[in-house]
Write a protein that binds this ligand. Structure first.
Ligand code: PLP
Length: 411
């Protein structure tokens, strides 16, 4: 599909780009590292400055107007998130620093309370380090065993033998929704079904899915869902942990301090209601409010439009990149987000990224916080181009051209 046809059918990415000051300030920048973090529209930046310039104050405690305004704006973001992911109950939404903190919260609080020797935690070989390390740490502390669902050559999960992995001993299953390396979108509903059949809970790492696809946690029926604001055009320093309210209610606090208490005495303390029981101390107020603004921006464009457009970008990029001599693309799942990991034969990924950078093209080179995948692929690192709504077909042409020149340089 040509840029014009996409424009008519979906929307004009070049026009969308005008909403992002970074592209105005760096007119030649081709930003293809969106799986790492995303650019921020003017509306999100304005929301942050508006808060600091007009009603900066701490929340949930001030009895004056600007504090009440800040509290209302912060809590409004919780309502926006609740609706955005189809949670149904605002008490399910805990604001954290990001996906990493959300997963650590579950591992420490739920895991610390419920895991014991003989239990199993089931994750997959496809996880980001942030969905591996917290489980390694808590398994070490509690004596539970950590098991891994293996991956197939094409970058999908090997679910051919579920009985081997989903057992009565399995207490929690933690799985990435969309792989940050392969782009694979995993069959969460099927995994939830296997897990619930053996009485295990399911945590979904939605860091890469939520920005790009419609997510409905009620339909997925997962027990925990974690994601980050900065990967969906929101500020850094804000993320979400969704938990079914009855599970969250039963969990011990993760961090202790102000805000999360009901009563404190020298002998002991009682806890605030959920979700505030899990929001100790002064939260990232500006960022949470700015995150609400990012959700507004996404809703304005429309999530299905974003997914459809990115599918077009992916299709086009795959076709273009396949024509580069010596390219090896990792991850060919049918259900795949707009992420392409690849290597060029005999050229180190860091060299590729460095040469592309001289043409103004920003891609990622490295292990993508997924060293077990690198081991499986038998490589130290890969290149990765990842797309978002402000990317254009012309930028993909530039990427392909840059790669072609890189190959020529090395041969
Ligand atoms: N999970 C996945 C799949 C990711 O891609 C990332 C970040 O790249 C994370 C978790 C961690 O997110 P954050 O650094 O925002 O906590």
């Amino acid at each position: 599909m040509s840029e014009n046809v996409i424009q008519q059918k979906l929307f004009d990415a070049k026009k969308i780009k005008e909403d992002f000051p970074i592209f105005r300030n760096n007119p030649d920048l081709v930003f293809l590292d969106n799986a790492s973090t995303t650019q921020k529209p003017q509306s999100v930046i304005d929301t942050l400055s508006h808060y600091y310039e007009n009603y900066n104050s701490n929340i949930h405690r001030g009895i004056y107007q600007i504090a009440e305004k800040a509290t209302a704006a912060y809590e409004k973001s919780r309502d926006k998130v609740t609706k955005f992911i189809g949670a149904g109950d605002r008490r399910s939404i805990v604001f954290t620093k990001g996906t990493t903190e959300s997963i650590n919260l579950v591992a420490n609080s739920w895991g610390g309370q419920n895991l014991k020797p003989g239990d199993e935690v089931l994750i997959t070989e496809m996880e980001h380090h942030s969905n591996i390390i917290p489980w390694q740490l808590i398994c070490e502390r509690t004596g539970a065993d950590l098991k891994y669902i293996p991956i197939n050559e094409d970058g999908t999960l090997d679910l051919s033998n579920p009985d081997k992995y989903f057992k009565n001993k399995t207490k929690i299953v933690c799985v990435i929704h969309q792989s940050n390396v392969f782009g694979t979108v995993n069959p969460i509903t099927e995994i939830v079904k296997y897990a619930h059949e053996v009485g295990a809970l399911v945590l979904v790492d939605g860091a890469q899915s939520t920005p790009h696809h419609r997510v409905n946690v009620t339909e997925l029926n997962c027990d925990f869902f974690a994601f980050s604001g900065h990967k969906m055009m929101g500020p850094t320093g804000v993320g979400v942990l969704y938990t079914k309210p009855e599970i969250l209610e039963a969990m011990n606090p993760f961090l202790g301090g102000g805000e999360m208490i009901r009563k404190v005495t020298l002998e002991g303390s009682t806890w605030n209601d959920i979700p505030w029981k899990f929001e100790a101390g002064t939260p990232n107020i500006a960022q949470v409010i700015g995150f609400g603004s990012a959700i507004d921006y996404i809703n304005k464009i429309g999530r299905d439009t974003i997914t459809d457009y990115e599918n077009e970008l992916l299709k086009y990029a795959q076709e273009k990149l396949q024509t580069i001599p010596g390219i090896n693309i990792y991850g060919t799942a049918k259900d795949k987000g707009a992420v392409i990991s690849f290597n060029l034969e005999n050229i180190h990924p860091h060299d590729v990224a460095h040469i592309l950078d001289t043409y103004g093209i920003a891609i990622r080179a490295g292990h993508h916080c997924a060293q077990p995948i690198m081991k499986k692929l038998n490589v130290a690192a890969t290149n990765r181009a990842s797309f978002y709504i402000y990317n254009t077909l012309a930028e993909i042409d530039q990427l392909a051209e840059g790669l072609r020149k890189t190959v020529e340089l090395f041969n």
